[in-house]
Design a protein around this ligand. Structure first.
Ligand code: ATP
Ligand code: MG
Length: 435
């Protein structure tokens, strides 16, 4: 055998055994989002590199080291596989003047790309589902988004998910905090790692987001942004909390929660689980009132979140019974290749009645790779394994008469019946009525 080609490291196939869980999550996600009035938006996977540099901020993990960027061979354009979708959604809303008619509640689902070290819950191609509410300034929409994510966990039957909440205030408040923070960090310069030293004057807030255990004491004793918030910022934060309290959602105020992107202000939050090891953040989001202006749009507030699909699915796997594989209603047993021409229109008719029909097909086997339909016995085995309730048997006798035999596979005392193939509008519905 020649060398086979395998998938790119950190990029995964989703095989049929797992895809039913994916589809389940997609269905529940769409239901929950639609119930809150969110509508689907689909933006390209490839965007101009400048979109992310401008949108996410130059001194962020993503822009500094995680982007898949390349030059278009034909025209030299600098392009990037999207590492997240908010920047693209904002670009699209500006480009198509979506906010012209007022606020927009949007959701998306799709693959994202980040050049990270692959490990459990961290991949190079991964998927996010996200919600963005553009054009709404009030804390009620921050709260609605958080309640909506919580509703999603409930609808999926997930438990043990904690909500962490913080407020990043406004840029002027951050500026005053930043000064105090730089002074604090400089006073402990000896324990700062290379990343932190580099960010000390460019983006010190992000140093608080460090995963380096050696820096935890400095980070824990740092001045807290919450103490620098003015009246309006505090009122916004209190309103978010009041709505969550009234809704019975519990949360932890985490003053060190700063999130990975530069664009956030006011409310930031994460949903975290202890059941997935160190990749425990399954969803994160917050307000980004200044991004739309920064991207060249007319000033408009915005807030949103994104969840990591692989991590949510991993949690579902830990916590719930396996999703039952899809089964079919009828398996069609065929002994003569010449039967297919007569059969195919009948099967289409049955499917139009809403039945799931699996048609037996020839296989190659043996040293000579002979093509054959296999014995009746082996076909019955396949029919049984398919989960079908019924076998539709078209043997050579039936075929000669233009007939088929219906056999119930799960109840032995059910009488077998023979019908004309062309009478399918009469006998087809019987396959539905007997479960
Ligand atoms: P982390 O701190 O784990 O790197 P992040 O802050 O970079 O997360 P966001 O950009 O906020 O993550 O993305 C939202 C969610 O997407 C995360 O909470 C996580 O569930 C998921 N996610 C992010 N990066 C990856 C990845 N490389 N592989 C799988 N899921 C990811
Ligand atoms: Mg990250």
């Amino acid at each position: 055998m020649s060398d086979t080609i395998t998938a790119v490291k950190g990029m995964n196939d989703v095989l049929p055994a797992d895809s039913s869980r994916w589809e389940h999550l997609e269905t529940v996600f769409r239901q929950v989002l639609a119930a809150h009035g969110y509508r689907n938006i689909r933006t390209p996977i490839v965007e101009p590199t400048a979109l992310f540099v401008r949108g996410l901020g130059e001194v962020t993990d993503i822009v500094e080291k995680e982007m898949y960027s390349f030059e278009d061979k034909l025209n030299g354009e600098h392009l990037t596989l999207r590492p997240e979708a908010t920047a693209g959604v904002v670009r699209a809303s500006i480009e198509h003047n979506l906010l012209y008619e007022g606020g927009q509640r949007l959701y998306y689902f799709g693959p994202m790309f980040r050049h990270e070290r692959p490990q459990r819950g961290r991949y190079r191609q991964f998927h996010q589902m996200g919600a963005e509410a553009l054009g709404f300034p009030g804390a009620e929409v921050d709260a609605e988004l958080i309640v909506m994510a919580h509703q999603l966990w409930q609808s999926l039957g997930l438990s043990g998910i904690e909500l962490h909440l913080n407020s990043l205030g406004q840029p002027e408040e951050r500026k005053r905090h930043r000064q105090a923070l730089i002074e604090h960090l400089q006073a402990h310069a000896e324990v700062l790692d290379e990343d932190a030293r580099r960010r000390l004057h460019t983006n010190p807030l992000r140093i608080l987001d460090t995963k380096n255990p050696a820096m935890q004491p400095v980070v824990e004793s740092a001045p807290q942004l919450l103490d620098f918030l003015g009246e309006a910022s505090l009122a916004h934060f209190n309103q978010v909390k009041a709505v969550l309290d009234a809704h019975g959602l519990t949360y932890t105020i985490n003053p060190r929660l700063v999130r990975g992107m530069d664009y956030y202000n006011l409310t930031v939050f994460e949903f975290v689980t202890h059941q997935l090891g160190s990749q425990g953040t399954i969803c994160g989001g917050g307000r980004y009132d200044h991004l739309i202006t920064q991207m060249g749009g007319k000033p408009a507030p915005a807030v949103g979140w994104a969840l990591g699909v692989e991590r949510v699915l991993e949690l579902l796997k830990e916590q719930s019974a396996p999703v039952k594989p899809a089964t079919c209603d009828a398996y069609v047993i065929v002994t003569e290749p010449s039967a297919y021409a007569q059969l195919m229109p009948v099967l289409s008719g049955l499917r139009a009645l809403g039945l799931k029909v699996l048609m037996h097909a020839a296989a190659q086997s043996g040293a000579g790779q002979q093509v054959s339909l296999g014995s009746m016995k082996s076909q019955f085995k396949k029919a049984d394994a398919s989960g079908a309730q019924w076998a539709l048997i078209v043997g050579s006798d039936e075929l000669a008469q233009g007939q088929l035999t219906l056999k119930h596979l799960r109840e032995n005392d059910h009488p077998q019946r023979t019908h004309l193939l062309s009478d399918w509008p009469q006998w087809g519905p019987l396959l539905k009525s007997v479960a």
